[in-house]
Design a protein around this ligand. Structure first.
Ligand code: C5P
Length: 330
């Protein structure tokens, strides 16, 4: 059935499924890497971010070369000769860097469950930015499905009693407030940066790979500054690649792949559908961790949440009319 769809529609569904697979593998690999006990220093998260940006830039450059018979002309024309177009990508890059730092502040001041659950609000901020910046129109049932999706992911990630006991930290009210503000700001920044990137991709002619190189270049610069500021001392002592092992490189590769797939999803589908794909992958990775890793015991709350996520996905895609009206204001 999918094969009879037009090329762009096929890419839309294919990219969404690849995103589900990529996010699921990333979550499972990260979970697995945390359970490994290794001698020596742990790898620096800030360095993994920089490595993923380099890998992303390298892959996109290779793709642009292949598409253009290995000529450097297009890259020079699009990136060096059009500085204003390139500068447009500094905005989402700076916002994503701030977002990563905000999430770090949030995790240091909130327990992991509150953090994960509150961050689901980004589903709604993304929808609001899609409506206000792209002129997308959502029907009543689509809005309802977004509320179901948010509630569903919240319940799926609801901590079990044993998790609450093991994670109980003494967090002061002011620390909780700081954490909550940080995660709420990250929700706004996630929605805005994603929709801004979507607007650039859909309203200009540049290829998705060129746009990703531009985003990656700024991401690399800001990420590198972040690494020096946070971990400069440790980098000077033991180098950028301290503590790297096969699992670390797998996480880096999956993160870089994520950047590529997210860009394709934003181009051929949209940020709202990206939210559905990542919500489904939270469900899939939790189920895999139950069946394979055996480190999770699903509760009734989990099944209720899973049902809501699946129902929301059907509800959203069934209301076709307003979605097909969705137009990008130019
Ligand atoms: O939580 P959220 O969905 O906003 O996270 C998006 C992530 O995808 C960010 O970490 C951002 O750096 C990354 N991204 C990317 N390439 C793009 C768009 C987003 O690496 N083209």
């Amino acid at each position: 059935m999918v094969l009879s769809l037009p090329h762009s529609a096929r890419l839309k569904y294919l990219s969404l499924w690849v995103l589900v697979l990529q996010t699921t593998s990333l979550v499972l690999t990260m979970r697995y890497s945390r359970t490994l006990k290794e001698d020596g220093p742990r790898y620096l998260a800030s360095s993994a971010v920089v490595s993923a940006e380099v890998l992303k830039i390298f892959t996109c450059t290779l793709l642009v070369f292949i598409e253009n018979n290995f000529s450097v002309q297009l890259l020079k024309e699009e990136i060096v000769n059009k500085p204003m177009e390139t500068m447009k990508l500094a905005i989402p890059a700076v916002i994503y860097t701030l977002q990563n730092n905000l999430l770090y502040v949030a995790l240091s001041n909130l327990d992991a469950a509150t953090y994960q659950v509150t961050y689901q609000l980004k589903i709604l901020t993304t929808a609001l930015f899609s409506v206000s910046m792209l002129g997308k129109r959502l029907g009543f049932y689509q809005w309802l499905s977004l509320l179901f999706l948010m509630a569903g992911v919240t319940l799926v990630q609801w901590p079990t009693e044993s998790e609450v006991d093991s994670e109980q930290k003494i967090l002061s009210a002011s620390s909780q407030f700081v954490g909550l503000m940080a995660v709420l700001m990250a929700c706004v920044s996630s929605g805005f940066a994603g929709v801004y990137f979507e607007k650039i991709l859909k309203e200009t002619k540049q290829s998705v790979w060129v746009r990703n190189i531009q985003l990656g270049l700024f991401g690399f610069v800001f990420g590198f500054i972040g690494m020096i500021v946070y971990d400069g001392q440790r980098v000077r002592q033991s180098g950028i690649f301290q503590g790297y092992n096969t699992i670390t490189w797998t996480v880096v590769a999956l993160q870089a792949l994520g950047g590529l797939v997210i860009a394709v999803v934003i181009k051929y589908a949209d940020n709202i559908l990206k939210g559905f794909a990542t919500s489904l992958s939270i469900l899939v990775s939790t189920l895999i961790s139950y069946f394979l890793l055996k480190d999770f015991n699903p509760t009734r709350v989990f099944f209720l949440g899973a049902g809501l996520v699946i129902a929301a996905t059907f509800l959203y895609s069934n209301e076709r009319k307003p979605a097909s009206n969705s137009a990008i204001k130019v």
